[in-house]
Design a protein around this ligand. Structure first.
Ligand SMILES: [Zn+2]
Length: 246
């Protein structure tokens, strides 16, 4: 394959721009914010589940409290009713009075027991509510951290995309200067080896860093300037410049 030496040199510019694109793609994939977002998202999901569990427990206890308070009310109503009968003087027999008295006494005992149940539920409910509040605060804190990381990621990605766009248009301009067959070879090698063209610098291929033998150097010296050469070692297009040591 043949191409003017100046065109061959443009392959080095193309390779440099392709390396820049590779670095940008790598930066895109390995942004530290991505790992942080992953981590914080997991923490957020875990806390969100814990919030739901704690809220369910607090809700159950609230219902339990309402029910226990209703039980207390029922007993209190019966006490009031008995007390009214007692106070009304309608019950006159000593036996009935004594029966009513003892019923009121036992209802008071029952009321005391039920009120203790209410208190115990209230304590558990208070603890559950406090847990909900604490978990909500932690969840919101993680949400804030997560949002900040997402914003930093978006800024970084926008920067990378902008730079990528700029490099791509510079690359397109360089690629236009290169004949189709040479560009095709370059692309094929780039796909295979990551870098399609390398400079011969001071007798060394900059693609694989291997020093060329005297025989290879002699072969290159005798080759026509427009001959497209390949590195024997890495098969990349070997581009001659003033710094090649020829
Ligand atoms: Zn090489």
């Amino acid at each position: 394959m043949k191409a003017a030496p100046e065109v061959q040199k443009r392959l080095l510019d193309l390779a440099e721009l392709d390396s820049a694109l590779d670095r940008l793609a790598h930066r895109r994939r390995t942004l530290p914010e991505l790992a942080e977002i992953d981590d914080q998202s997991r923490r957020y999901a875990k806390l969100a589940t814990e919030v739901i569990e704690a809220e369910t427990e607090a809700g159950d206890l609230a219902r339990e409290q309402t029910k226990a308070e209703a039980d207390v009310d029922t007993v209190r109503t019966r006490i009031d009713r008995d007390q009214k009968r007692l106070d009304s003087g309608a019950v006159s027999s000593a036996r009935d009075l004594s029966g009513l008295q003892s019923e009121i006494t036992s209802l008071h005992r029952r009321q005391g027991d039920l009120e203790e149940v209410v208190l115990e539920i209230m304590e558990r409910r208070e603890a559950a509510d406090a847990r909900v509040t604490g978990l909500l605060a932690r969840r919101d804190e993680v949400r804030t951290t997560l949002s900040a990381a997402e914003a930093r990621r978006d800024t970084a990605l926008a920067d990378i995309d902008k730079e990528t766009g700029e490099v791509r248009s510079r690359r397109a301009a360089v690629a236009e200067e290169i004949p189709a067959d040479l560009l095709k070879l370059y692309e094929k090698l780039r796909e295979q080896y990551g870098v399609g063209a390398a400079m011969l610098q001071a007798g060394r291929c900059q693609g694989c860093k291997v020093a060329l033998s005297i025989a290879e150097m002699n072969h290159i010296k005798s080759a026509a300037a427009d001959e497209v050469l390949r590195c024997e070692e890495c098969r990349r297009i070997l581009v001659r410049t003033d710094a090649s040591g020829l």
